[in-house]
Design a protein around this ligand. Structure first.
Ligand code: SF4
Length: 497
């Protein structure tokens, strides 16, 4: 009996290029085996929005309906459109065992130009593979393509008033690159189809391709047996992990120490002896650089590919929430202030007005990972120049609680090499963690805020989400308060230095 021949889609072909096993599992195993990250789903939604906006670069085109429409109908509608339309959106073609949809096709003379829209700020290598297979299929179907473009967001565009679609997008001519890629495509398609006809998943071990160019959604399955505290938990640059893995070294304790140096060596030694690293000079330097009143600040933000408000660039962070713990003097009473924007509005002005009313120009502002909070403050100063003086004074007074942990003035093996507050907090403050919070990280906070915008007319649901968001952001600044206490206690215990 002849083996079944699988038709590939463009996205399946790209998945197969990354890893044949991933394509096999995706095709043959139930979807429950996959673990699609929230960020991947959010990227998918952003991609749809960007794609729809990009159609307006060449308005008035023929849209090939695809929702609930069989592929053969999409293909025949495309053939009809090719005869009379000047611009086609979502044109569908099948050739050589692959089915593709083209975001935009534009007729120029007797030929067509192909535009692949990407919700990114530049052209990436994987985009070229994506367009190369489109070119292969469309030109193989007999449609002459003169030029191929990747259309992406223009990172310099700043929204002012109505969206200027021509300025929002940049199209880069990649014709030469994708022509150079044509030679290998037929063979790769045949390899993928042969592999898919197999009864079992190909025997492919984990590798660097598990996270490049995309984070594979079968990592939960393929990496299931990876022990906690493995070589992949080694932080920073230094020893290359994949060559170690190839040598059969997987557990942290199995790494020969002579292969390590710097922070990686310190990480493994600390893991082996389960002792704390305490550098009193580093802690003292940090404490000498902060003062009271002390304001512990944390922002929550979201980003939109298409800037929703004036003064914003594509993917620019938009702060919608902050938490502020305040201590007027060392060991003094703790006050808490917070702000969470109302849904469906530009949150920046109200947030800034509240923040500036809280933080005096001479207060020390403690954050965790200062490039983030400083970056948002700097952007707010640009967007609201009348308030820039006060904002710049705050920026000058920002100090970073991450510094003593990143510099390993204080380090616990429980952090597993990470300096994220989510790892540092439970390592030092046993009664506090992010486990069990309804909103447990920045990604979930964004998701919750977006959900708030969707349920804006449902007060009960809105109140529930607000509570979860306020609780989460408050936890971030309270965590900083507790971590500073840890540092101060270490210093106090050590006596005079
Ligand atoms: S996790 Fe890695 S090995 Fe497993 S399917 Fe994905 S890319 Fe392939």
């Amino acid at each position: 009996m002849a083996k079944r021949k699988f038709t590939l889609s463009k996205s399946r072909y790209i998945r197969g290029l990354q890893c044949h096993k991933s394509l096999w599992l995706y095709t043959h195993e139930p979807p429950e085996l996959r673990n699609v990250s929230k960020s991947a789903m959010a990227s998918f939604q952003q991609g749809n929005e960007v794609g729809a906006q990009a159609h307006n670069i060449f308005p008035g085109g023929t849209f090939i309906e695809f929702d609930g429409v069989p592929f053969d109908v999409q293909i025949s509608e495309t053939q009809k459109a090719l005869k009379k339309a000047k611009v086609i959106y979502e044109a569908t073609f099948s050739y050589g065992g692959v089915l593709v949809k083209a975001d935009i096709m534009r007729k120029v003379g007797r030929n067509w130009e192909l535009y692949e829209v990407k919700a990114s700020n530049d052209v990436k290598d994987v985009h070229l593979d994506d367009v190369a297979v489109q070119y292969y299929v469309i030109s193989g179907s007999g449609v002459p393509i003169s030029k191929v473009f990747v259309t992406h967001l223009n990172k310099e565009y700043i929204r002012k008033g109505d969206l200027d679609v021509q300025a929002l997008f940049t199209s880069e001519d990649v014709t030469a690159d994708i022509k150079a890629k044509q030679a290998g495509i037929k063979t790769e398609i045949e390899k993928q189809q042969k592999m898919l006809a197999g009864k079992n998943a190909p025997k492919i071990d984990i590798g660097p391709y598990c996270s490049k160019p995309y984070c594979c959604d079968f990592m939960g399955y393929c990496w299931e047996k990876m022990p906690e505290n493995s070589i992949f938990d080694l932080a920073g640059n230094g020893v290359k992990k994949w060559p170690l893995y190839k040598e059969g070294i997987v557990k942290m304790e199995d790494i020969p120490l002579d292969k390590l140096k710097g922070q990686q060596l310190q990480q493994v030694k600390t893991f082996l002896n389960k002792k704390l690293v305490v550098d009193l000079t580093g802690l003292k330097d940090f404490l000498n650089d902060i003062w009271y009143p002390l304001y512990y600040l944390d922002f929550e933000t979201f980003r939109a590919a298409v800037p929703p408000y004036d003064g914003l660039k594509p993917y620019q962070q938009i702060p919608f929430q902050y938490s502020l713990h305040i201590q007027k003097r060392k060991g003094g009473k703790l006050y808490h202030k917070e702000f969470l924007a109302k849904p469906k509005c530009d949150p920046r002005k109200e947030l800034l007005d509240n923040l500036l009313a809280e933080i005096p120009s001479d207060a020390c502002v403690l954050v965790y990972y200062q490039p983030f909070e400083k970056g948002r403050l700097k952007e707010l100063a640009e967007q609201f120049p009348k308030k820039a003086k006060h904002i710049n004074a705050i920026i000058k007074n920002v100090r970073d609680l991450l510094a003593p942990f990143k510099g390993r003035a204080l380090y616990s093996w429980k952090q597993q090499g990470s300096h994220s507050i989510k790892k540092v907090l439970p390592a030092f403050v046993a009664d506090m963690s992010y486990e069990g919070l309804e909103v447990g990280d920045g990604g979930e906070a964004i998701e919750a805020y977006q959900k708030m915008c969707k349920v804006a007319d449902d007060p009960k649901e809105l109140a529930k989400i607000r509570k979860a968001l306020l609780e989460y952001c408050c936890q971030d600044t309270l965590a900083m308060v507790r971590l500073l206490e840890v540092i101060e206690k270490k210093m106090a215990k050590s006596g005079p230095t």
